[in-house]
Design a protein around this ligand. Structure first.
Ligand SMILES: Cc1cc2nc3c(=O)[nH]c(=O)nc-3n(C[C@H](O)[C@H](O)[C@H](O)COP(=O)(O)O)c2cc1C
Length: 358
C-alpha cells in the first residue's frame, strides 16, 4: 500500500466539498488508512498531524469566482513547507442537470493556483479532480430540485470513489487539466471577481423583519464576516458569499437584494462614477500624479474604487433604513429570494456516514 495515512483539509459553504471529503475518507478507512478530516472554518493556525513518507494530504473546497475561496488560499499560503509529500486537490463546482444531461461548472484557476502554491511548498501533486456537485449559488438562481440534487449526488459519488481508489493505489489522476484552455481564458474574469465582484456580492445580503436575532448566521459564518449592528445582522467585506448563512437561517429571513443591487450597479455606472471622474478631471485633482500613469487601466481602477465605496455607503444606509417597515417590505418583495420558488440549498446528508466528523 502506497499510503498509510490520509489527511484532508476542507472548506465548505453548504456541504458539497465536505461530503466529497467524507467520501474519500470512507474509501481510505476501508483500505485501513489512518485518517484525519480537518475543517478549516475560522482557522487561526495551520495544524498538521505528524507526517510520514506514506502520508497523502488532500484539499477539498468549492470553487468561488473561478478560483478557490480566499480563506482556502490564505490557508494554503500559511501551510508549512514539506519535503516531497503527496497532495491532491478537489474543487467542487456548480453542477446542473438539464433533461438527462449533466452540465459541468467551470474551475478557472481553482486547481491551477492551489497546485502552484502547493508545489512551491514542496508537495508532489498526485491528483487534481473537479467535481460537479449541485450548484449552490443562490444569489444567481434558486436551489436545484431534490430529485436533481440526488441524481447529481449519485453520479458524483461514484466519480469520487473511483478517484480516491486510484490515488490510494498509487496512481495519479489529473482530470482537472482537461479544461486547461478554458480555465486560462477565464483569468480576466477571475481577477475581476477577486478584486471587485466578491466585495460587491458581500453587500447583497440583508435580513428582513422575519429575522428574530437568533444569531445562527453569525455563529455559523466560516469567516466571521457577519456582525450585529443595531440589532440587525450586517455583512462586512470579509463575506465570501459561501451561502451558508442564507441556507442556515431557520426563519428564511436572509434575502438577496436583487432589485437594490441592480439599482446600485446602474446608478454607479451611469451617474456616480461618470460624474465623479468628470469632476476629478475638471478640477485637475489628479494633476499631481505623473501623467504617464493616467491610462485607461488607471481609470478602470478608479471606477472600481468608486463603485465599491458607493456600494459600501449605500449598504450602510439600507441597513439603517431597514428598521422602517415600508423599506423592509420594499426590499423583501423586490428580492427574488423572498419567493417560494427560490429554493434554499443544503447538501444532502443522507448519502454519507456522519461518524467521526469534526
Ligand atoms: C459565490 C460563489 C461563487 C461560485 N463560483 C463558481 C465558479 O466560478 N465556478 C463553478 O463551477 N461554481 C461556482 N460556484 C458554485 C459552487 O462552487 C458549487 O456549488 C460548490 O459545489 C459548492 O460547494 P460547498 O457546498 O462545499 O460550498 C460558486 C458558488 C458561490 C456561492
Amino acid at each position: 500500500m502506497k499510503y498509510d495515512q490520509l489527511i484532508i483539509y476542507y472548506f465548505s459553504g453548504t456541504g458539497n466539498a465536505r461530503n466529497a471529503a467524507i467520501w474519500i475518507e470512507k474509501i481510505a478507512k476501508e483500505k485501513g488508512l489512518k485518517t484525519h478530516l480537518i475543517n478549516i472554518d475560522r482557522f487561526k493556525t495551520v495544524d498538521v498531524p505528524e507526517l510520514s513518507e506514506k502520508t497523502l494530504i488532500g484539499f477539498c473546497s468549492p470553487t468561488h469566482g473561478f478560483n478557490m475561496p480566499p480563506i482556502v488560499l490564505k490557508f494554503l499560503f500559511k501551510f508549512p513547507k514539506v519535503k516531497n509529500a503527496d497532495a491532491f486537490i478537489l474543487n467542487t463546482r456548480a453542477g446542473m442537470k438539464l433533461y438527462k444531461f449533466y452540465l459541468p461548472g467551470l474551475s478557472g484557476v481553482a486547481q491551477l493556483l492551489p497546485a502552484l502554491i502547493l508545489r512551491l511548498k514542496g508537495f508532489r501533486i498526485v491528483g487534481m479532480q473537479p467535481l460537479d456537485l449541485p450548484s449552490n449559488w443562490l444569489l444567481l438562481h434558486p436551489g436545484l430540485k431534490k430529485k436533481v440534487v440526488n441524481s447529481i449526488y449519485t453520479r458524483c459519488n461514484s466519480i469520487v470513489n473511483d478517484f480516491a481508489s486510484k490515488l490510494l493505489e498509487g496512481k495519479r489522476k489529473y482530470k482537472a487539466l482537461l479544461s486547461l484552455p478554458i480555465d486560462i481564458a477565464l483569468i480576466p474574469i477571475t481577477l475581476g471577481y477577486y478584486f471587485i465582484g466578491r466585495f460587491f456580492l458581500a453587500k447583497t445580503l440583508i435580513t428582513t423583519d422575519a429575522c428574530n436575532n437568533c444569531e445562527k448566521c453569525i455563529i455559523q459564518c466560516p469567516v466571521e464576516a457577519i456582525k450585529m449592528i443595531n440589532d440587525r445582522p450586517f455583512w462586512t467585506y470579509n463575506c465570501e458569499s459561501c451561502m451558508r448563512c442564507v441556507n442556515a437561517c431557520p426563519q428564511r429571513a436572509i434575502e438577496t437584494t436583487h432589485a437594490f443591487s441592480t439599482a446600485l450597479i446602474i446608478a454607479s455606472s451611469v451617474i456616480i462614477s461618470p460624474l465623479l471622474i468628470a469632476g476629478l478631471k475638471y478640477f485637475g485633482a489628479l494633476d499631481f500624479v505623473n501623467q504617464s500613469v493616467i491610462t485607461e487601466n488607471f481609470w478602470s481602477i478608479i471606477n472600481a474604487f468608486i463603485f465599491l465605496l458607493f456600494v459600501f455607503i449605500s449598504y450602510r444606509i439600507l441597513h439603517f433604513l431597514m428598521r422602517y417597515k415600508f423599506v423592509n417590505k420594499i426590499i423583501a418583495y423586490t428580492s427574488l429570494s423572498k419567493y417560494k420558488f427560490w429554493r434554499r440549498y443544503k447538501a444532502p446528508k443522507h448519502m454519507i456516514n456522519e461518524n467521526n466528523i469534526k
